[in-house]
Design a protein around this ligand. Sequence first.
Ligand SMILES: Nc1ncnc2c1ncn2[C@@H]1O[C@H](COP(=O)(O)OP(=O)(O)OP(=O)(O)O)[C@@H](O)[C@H]1O
Length: 232
Amino acid sequence: MSSLHLRAVIAQRGIDVTLDVAAGETVALTGPNGAGKSSLLGVIAGLLRPDAGEVRLGYRIIDTTPPHARGVALLAQDPLLFPHMSVLANVAFAPRARGVRRHRAHELATRYLAEVGAEELAGRRPTQISGGQAQRVAVARALAADPELLLLDEPMASLDVDVRPALRQTLRTALEGRTAIIVTHDAADARALADRVVVVEHGRIVEDGPTEQVLNDPQSGFAVRLVSGSIK
Ligand SMILES: Nc1ncnc2c1ncn2[C@@H]1O[C@H](COP(=O)(O)OP(=O)(O)OP(=O)(O)O)[C@@H](O)[C@H]1O
């Protein structure tokens, strides 16, 4: 696991942010729609080039490193599993792409599926599992890439409210000791998963502190609304 240093300026989107995440720390990134959260994940993952800035993972400056070689795994709202592959093959894909032999890659995939409580789904196709199950498989696939940094963009957003606690528990275990940023609009996610809460409004960080502090004594307009439950 590595620390992250991010500085990103995107003039057209009004974004100017500097953010540091310590090795092993999980940060909940929150803020109103359009504040710039997904854009920041895009810069870190290498999908979006800022006008100015720097992305550093540990000692590695990765500004010009292509996305697949950054050591960053991005888990989107939609699990985006490969439909023509089994669940096991989906999770084994990243180790296989790194050159791990088939048998060993399948062993690894089985281990990560077990970690998210989805080992019994290994032989199914993505079309034969539910949305909640697919999101668990997507978490296993992200972990199997053995990333130095894990980015999760509202991983519960597409799930029914009743299956969210189970995935939250899965993520709680999976994020233990990993460097991660999770974008969320849910105070329960932040409380369960994050060491620190960072609030972005209009492309700027307006609040940054330990999770308990921000949730118990919110200062920014958005954090106040988050805690009061008025954000859906
Ligand atoms: N593809 C794009 N091209 C140009 N501008 C964009 C693009 N995507 C987003 N923006 C703009 O960049 C700003 C930040 O958007 P972004 O999606 O990063 O916010 P967000 O905080 O992730 O919002 P949400 O909570 O709705 O996902 C907004 O002003 C948005 O209109």
